[in-house]
Design a binder for this molecule. Structure first.
Ligand code: FES
Length: 280
């Protein structure tokens, strides 16, 4: 909850110090009076997000083992593959772009939107504000910064674009769904194996994460004065709200399924692992 305007004005004239350091707050010398291990969640967040970003960055640039021609498995990090640099067969939507220099990832069309969608996600904001900016690192633990402007100035004001990035995420989820369905039809005809299970589980998890978005909840049921007059939207909003209570878990689960899916495709595409086939 934001402070009343009069309090904020008083804080801003308090030698420029705002937040917990202003004269309107209790003057405590200790940064926190908490005695529990409050630092564990931020540390785990740094490790988890750092590991994902490192893995995703490397895999997005290497341009190897991202497509299994035999079973039509395509890793989500390269989907859609839209340039002449893509290996034959991996471009489900054609190649409108020419050869790309190595500095540009082959998934360059959607990767920025995916990154921004996650960066501006309400849950991830909480996670990385706490873990990386220590703003604050935990409840009842003072942050190191003496000034606080929230998300009212550049660059953080860009966080407000999240609702628009949600639409981009829906399109990307549709593309990933197409990839997962296309993988049931390989050059040998219909068939499926463990790779199909991995791709489908990833897509289901991505949809659950995307639809549990706070913006989705607002789009489906926000600004309605009377739910009784909009029973369909109310029902959808109710289902989205149930998913929304699991948004944090889904945020982490999808990081895991994305990495696992890419890793599995990489192992099969490189010949390190043979796909376990159930049919075909
Ligand atoms: Fe997390 Fe929208 S709030 S994806």
């Amino acid at each position: 909850m934001s402070a009343p305007a009069t309090d904020r004005n008083a804080e801003q004239h308090d030698n420029g110090r705002t937040g917990v350091f202003s004269s309107t707050r209790a003057q405590l010398s200790a940064r926190t009076l908490r005695t529990d291990r409050w630092w564990i969640p931020p540390v785990l967040t740094v490790i988890g997000l750092g590991a994902f970003v490192a893995y995703a960055t490397v895999r997005s640039f290497v341009r190897t083992a991202y497509w299994v021609e035999e079973y039509h498995y395509l890793t989500p990090f390269y989907s859609p593959c839209l340039s002449d640099s893509c290996v034959p067969g991996s471009s489900h939507f054609g190649t409108p772009f020419p050869e790309l220099p190595m500095l540009i990832p082959l998934g360059f069309v959607v990767l920025p939107f995916l990154l921004l969608f996650r960066l501006t996600c309400y849950y991830y904001r909480k996670a990385y504000y706490r873990a990386f900016w220590l703003s604050p690192p935990a409840c009842a633990v003072a942050e190191p910064h003496s000034k606080y402007s929230g998300e009212t100035r550049f660059p953080l004001i860009v966080q407000n674009a999240h609702r628009y990035l949600f639409y981009a995420a829906v399109v990307i989820s549709l593309i990933n769904t197409y990839d997962a369905i296309a993988a049931f039809h390989s050059p040998g005809g219909f068939g499926f194996g463990l790779g199909n299970v991995v791709l489908v589980v990833n897509v289901v998890a991505l949809w659950a994460y995307t639809l549990s978005c706070h913006s989705c909840r607002h789009i489906t049921g926000g600004r309605l004065k009377h739910f009784s007059a909009h029973p369909v939207r109310y029902w959808i909003w109710t289902q989205v709200s149930k998913l929304n209570t699991r948004h944090m878990q889904l945020a982490w689960i999808t990081l895991g399924t994305l990495v696992f899916t890419d890793f599995y495709v990489m192992l099969v595409a490189s010949g390190t692992l043979t796909d376990l086939r159930f049919v075909g």
